[in-house]
Design a protein around this ligand. Structure first.
Ligand code: ADE
Ligand code: ZN
Length: 323
């Protein structure tokens, strides 16, 4: 299995549906409406997906639940060959942005990740993520949680959620706070918003990576700017196809963005929701664009160069890629 670097994975979004059903059963919670007859997550569109995501997440109520989730998720990632995973962690769901509770959740997640590193050879680093549709006020509390726990394990800060709600500039305080705490920055943009949304994230939040960013393709001057500034896109082709932004991998702009000089990387976003894995993403890109092993090796290198971990960790992971 080719070793892989993943930069964009939501911890709750990676929860296997059977795992969430198991938790619901243990807690006598009825969330049966979010699953289809085959037991997969069921949603109509992106906005319904966000609701189903939050309903699934409502079963995760203790640090111990998150420890089990982390092991289940990393097991799936490792089975796909992932050796390094930058994962979005949300204090909104882990203790409700209470700093004391957040630290307990984080400790549980980190201990589980350390265990996975020993037993499965996969390294996780956390990116704290605020949720756009929860609003700028809650994002400030999230940023303060992030600032309190920034270090060699919590390495970044970002924003996910409904891109149609509020503007990047409304979250400037939170991003400044995270930057001052030493965190590196990324923002979801250019998924449900067009080029103007990507422009605003770059200008108002001064991020070095963009989550998705693919709709920059609708404005080639912006694509050139992204390329010139070396901003890295965390592209999640299977997610975009599953949510209906593009009709299939062949119509996905990742190849065009690459050809125009943009640093693109590949991730899964919320793999069970989109019936994907990192192995499947690579396979589908190979089929759509004939990308070969050498191409994927270069893609991995771009991703590792853009990773937010410290240089020692980066050097250790680089050796795994060479092996
Ligand atoms: N949260 C989880 N998945 C997401 C996505 N694809 N876009 C925005 N927010 C998300
Ligand atoms: Zn995402």
């Amino acid at each position: 299995m080719t070793p892989k670097i993943e930069l964009h994975l939501h911890l709750e979004g990676a929860a296997p549906p059977a795992f969430i059903r198991g938790l619901a059963r243990e807690k006598s919670m009825d969330i049966s409406g979010i699953f289809d007859a085959e037991g997969n997550y069921k949603y109509k569109d992106f906005w319904d997906f966000l609701k189903v995501y939050e309903a699934a997440t409502s079963t995760l109520t203790t640090p111990e639940d998150y420890a089990r989730l982390t092991l289940a998720v990393l097991e799936e990632s490792a089975a796909s060959g992932v050796v390094y995973s930058e994962t979005f962690l949300s204090p909104d769901f882990c203790g409700g942005r209470d700093k004391g509770a957040w630290k307990e959740y984080l400790l549980a997640i980190r201990e589980a990740a350390d265990q996975a590193e020993r037993t499965m050879g996969i390294t996780l680093r956390g990116i704290i993520t605020c949720i756009r549709h929860f609003g700028p006020e809650k994002a400030r509390e999230t940023a303060l949680c992030a600032a309190e726990t920034a270090g060699e394990w919590i390495v970044g800060f970002g924003i996910a959620g409904d891109e149609k709600i509020a503007q990047p500039k409304d979250f400037r305080w939170s991003f400044d706070c995270a930057r001052e705490a030493g965190l590196r920055l990324t923002a979801h943009a250019g998924e449900w918003g067009g080029p103007e949304s990507v422009r605003a994230a770059i200008k108002d939040l001064e991020v070095e990576r963009i989550g998705h960013g693919v709709r920059a393709i609708e404005d080639l001057a912006l694509v050139d700017e992204i390329a010139e500034r070396g901003i890295v896109l965390e592209v999640c082709p299977g997610s975009n196809v599953a949510l209906g932004i593009y009709p299939g991998f062949r119509k996905h702009p990742i190849s065009q963005l690459y050809e125009r000089g943009v640093k693109v990387t590949v991730s899964t976003d919320d793999p069970p929701f989109f019936h994907t894995t990192m192995a499947r993403e690579f396979e589908m890109l190979h089929r759509a664009f004939d990308w070969d092993d050498a191409f994927f090796a270069a893609l991995n290198k771009t991703a590792l160069d853009a990773a937010f971990c410290d240089t020692d960790t980066g050097a250790r992971i680089a050796k795994l890629l060479e092996a």
